[in-house]
Design a protein around this ligand. Sequence first.
Ligand SMILES: Cc1cc2nc3c(=O)[nH]c(=O)nc-3n(C[C@H](O)[C@H](O)[C@H](O)COP(=O)(O)OP(=O)(O)OC[C@H]3O[C@@H](n4cnc5c(N)ncnc54)[C@H](O)[C@@H]3O)c2cc1C
Length: 461
Amino acid sequence: MLVTSDIQALATAVNGPVVLPDSPDFAAETLAFNAGTVHRPDVVLGAENARDVAAGVKWAAEHRLPVAVQSTGHGADSAVEGGLLINTSRLQELQIDAVERTARVGAGVKWRSVLEASVPLGLVGLHGSSTDVGVVGYTLGGGLPLLGRAHGFAADHVRSMEVVTADGALRRIDAGADAELFALMRGGKGNFGIVTELEFRLFPLGDFYGGGIMYPGADAASILTAFREWLPTLPEHASPSISLLRLPDMDFVPAPLRGQFVVHLRFALAGSREEGDRLLAPMRAVSSPLMDTAGPMNYLDVDQIHMDPADPLPFTAGGALLKDLDEGTAADLLELTGAGSDCPLLLVEIRPLGGALARAGDVPDAVAGRDAAFLVFLLGFNMPPLAEAVAVSIRGVLAALAPHSTGYTLVNFHGAPGDEADRARAWPPDVYERMRAAKSAYDPGNLLRFGHAITGVPAGT
Ligand SMILES: Cc1cc2nc3c(=O)[nH]c(=O)nc-3n(C[C@H](O)[C@H](O)[C@H](O)COP(=O)(O)OP(=O)(O)OC[C@H]3O[C@@H](n4cnc5c(N)ncnc54)[C@H](O)[C@@H]3O)c2cc1C
């Protein structure tokens, strides 16, 4: 049990605030974007710099307390109970090197801030569907980008990172220094340490075309067939995705679509209006769109493509990597989640992979999914009276799709972590075994044991 002198020892070792559950600041310091997850750590450290993170980890190790980390709470798939929560949201350092085409960010930086600094210089990073997501948590989970088919996973393009390992040491690692740790941290999530700074590649921004088409949900079957036939015609610099949406009657939904069941095609293209219109033409001819926003786009409006919610929501999710999306897979999916079903899910999303996502980066990492053709991602509200039905539905859809799955998932789309076997689904078996060995080496006391954490190899084996 922690006593006052323990807390004082932490407070004198750090610059940032040390916040206890009875403090009026506790709710704000622990708040997650996934509002269904309520963290209850014994104590929170609002780290102001890398030294604070190192001091916090050392202090926790001395007191045998587990350590969790949160920046935005977009990935708060499970609640932190007890221990020390390190809030990294104050680590806002951001530098763009336009000549080297790299960005260096602190652990609290969101993708939106990167784009606001880089787009005026003609450069973009490999963010995902929402730029409200934190760069570090996203990238450590592999980071499936909007333009992933053109460039690969975000983790493939990390140059270096600064990380506090469970022994409290602050290390700068890259392909040459602590190479195995560097490989496994890119895709291995927060298993081996707390990243305080990340350096990664940026890409030149040329013409950009993007947006979405909303169709009536009643036409889902024919739209999905057209989508499957259309995909092989697309170049790698085009990234589409499609989802079935049961849109709630809420402010973040455009007024005419509130409360409707729709199909949402999303389209991002590193290309011109002429190329975008030409590529999209077959999908524009399918059904009668309720809304069509696709066209040349100011890159800073990129969140309009997926239209992810910008404000915290309580949600639960799950995902799987698919080998195929053949007629049978699509039919199974529609039977369970389509217009005629009683599916309670808000979102049933299919993201085609392939292209550069299928190729390992120059410096190998721990990302799964190279051999998968699609990611299916399921999400629903995690609040009464829907919560139980949503959880049951996610399990049911994933079970029905199992014959079409590679057996694996991407950790960023895994949803609530289950037992060890369930958590292992996020990595190829050979990578998972290397991760277990690295866990034993870098975190022998299993300090970092929350969320998608794995356990090391038992001593003596
Ligand atoms: C609206 C929305 C859209 C999304 N779109 C995409 C997408 O297109 N592609 C994609 O790949 N993912 C996507 N995600 C998933 C997202 O990438 C993960 O949830 C990711 O973990 C979020 O990182 P965060 O730092 O913002 O969240 P947090 O909840 O703050 O962190 C999540 C986890 O990341 C790890 N972590 C965070 N910071 C650190 C650190 N400094 N050191 C070590 N570990 C750390 C920890 O395990 C932590 O529990 C999306 C999520 C949401 C809610």
